[in-house]
Write a protein of this length. Structure first.
Length: 88
């Protein structure tokens, strides 16, 4: 029961909302050239996976979204920290 509660809190059922957010953010960064293209394309793939994950028959996309989101957030954090050092 504890594991189910933690999983529900972490995964929730809002993958589509997170997917839309990552997709739009990556798309905007891709158009402005603010972040690396590979990071932005990863964000597009992760965002689309999050949106597709709302289809119950395609639940494999939940895992793709979750793992991709972890990689995307770490990479985004590193990119933002590096850009902050050059601005200081």
């Amino acid at each position: 029961m504890t594991i189910d509660s933690v999983l529900g809190g972490l995964a929730g059922s809002n993958e589509a909302i997170g997917g839309i957010w990552i997709l739009l953010l990556s798309w905007a960064a891709l158009r402005t050239g603010e972040l690396s293209k590979v990071l932005n394309y990863l964000g597009v793939v992760v965002g689309v996976a999050g949106i597709i994950s709302i289809v119950p028959a395609l639940d494999i996309f939940i895992y793709i979204f979750a793992l991709g989101q972890i990689v995307w957030f770490i990479w985004l954090g590193i990119a933002m920290l590096r850009s902050g050092k050059s601005a200081a």
